[in-house]
Design a protein around this ligand. Structure first.
Ligand SMILES: *Cc1c(COP(=O)(O)O)cnc(C)c1O
Length: 330
């Protein structure tokens, strides 16, 4: 395997916990959760694993400024701003949404980490403004590194390839396979595709025998299949050997995102409430709430057999519970 630049700041391995009360309540399969909401950087979340590789790459290139973009309550931008602060980079974030009088949750934290924030009203303008911001930073001699949306480049996806290696060394996997306690299914929220692509690459490289299923937060199944297979293929080259991933092998379910990105429906509300009331576990309204709503629906439809093990990969995002947009609506 190639020597891949990486910084080690995530708290790893993240724990795996059983969810017996929730499983009983749903009359479902054995449920596990992998706590990537506990990756340790500024309230944690899945972007931390990607940033270990992205920030290392930025350093190797001699960058001085990290630039990224996302929604006003982006978890990715919050973790990027924290990583920038920790490693002495400037940070510029291009966020779509209207700057509120009193910033809260992720946006408040972005400011606390010293990020410079550019807001734009129209999401469709984001690519253009991000590019202009990047070009201006070059012209100003700020040596920018562009962290892609969601940290989902081939470099960022490596974080989740190695997360799969981590899982395979943890109880209940440790060399065992489905039917011996290692999950039959890994399920998580997928959006910019880096987590999904990384897990698929890790599945192949480290020999995970279960299935890897992404519940779409906001993208079509078609887009995810095409994007995730390409990203996994590109990331495989960084690990030293090109593996061709096909669209057909990407498992993605886009049945739960009709309401649109960040729109809270009864399904997300129920999921957040069930995880809280049966397990004392916090989900977020945008990502894990929606992904868990998908898992709950699939359980109710009898998609899994009772003796299967389903691992819900918690990707973080809880600060959004306190955002003006969601607080008191959950
Ligand atoms: C970004 C994010 C996701 C989606 O991960 P991708 O790699 O972008 O597909 C899921 N959950 C949370 C909490 C996130 O912040």
């Amino acid at each position: 395997m190639n020597k891949i630049p990486r910084l080690n700041f995530a708290h790893l391995p993240t724990p795996i916990e059983e969810l017996p009360r929730l499983s009983d309540h749903l009359g479902g399969p054995r449920l596990l959760v992998k706590r990537d909401d506990q990756t340790g950087l500024a309230f944690g979340g899945n972007k931390t694993r990607k940033l270990e590789f992205l920030v290392a790459e930025a350093r190797e290139q001699g960058a001085k400024t990290l630039i990224s973009g996302g929604a006003l309550q982006s978890n990715h931008c919050r973790q990027t701003a924290a990583a920038a602060a920790r490693y002495g980079f400037d940070c510029i974030l291009v966020l779509n949404g209207e700057m509120p009088d009193k910033p809260s949750a992720n946006l408040l934290l972005d400011q606390l980490f010293g990020a410079e924030i550019v807001t734009i009203a129209d999401r469709n303008e984001r690519d253009r403004v991000l590019q202009e911001t990047f070009d201006k930073a070059i012209a100003d001699g700020r040596k920018p590194y562009l962290v892609p949306y969601g940290g989902s480049s081939a470099t960022g996806a490596l974080g989740y390839a190695f997360a799969m290696e981590e899982l395979m060394k943890q109880k209940p996997c440790e060399g065992s396979q489905p039917s011996q306690g290692c999950p039959d299914w890994i399920i998580f929220g997928t959006s910019s595709g880096g987590t999904h692509a990384g897990l698929m690459l890790g599945q192949r490289v480290f020999g995970f025998k279960g299935k890897v299923l992404g519940i779409s937060i906001d993208e079509s199944e078609e887009w995810l299949k095409s994007h995730v297979s390409k990203l996994a293929t590109e990331a495989s080259e960084k690990m030293g050997e090109r593996i061709e991933f096909t669209q057909a092998e990407v498992l993605a379910n886009a049945a739960y995102c009709e309401a649109g990105y960040g729109v809270l429906t009864d399904a997300e509300r129920e999921a957040v409430n069930l995880f809280a009331k049966y397990e004392g576990l916090l989900l977020d309204p945008v990502y894990t709430g929606r992904a868990a709503a998908g898992v709950i629906d699939l359980i109710r439809k009898g998609y899994f057999t009772k003796n299967e093990t389903v691992l819900f990969w918690h990707t973080g995002g809880q600060p959004a519970l306190f955002a003006e947009k969601y607080a008191n609506k959950i």
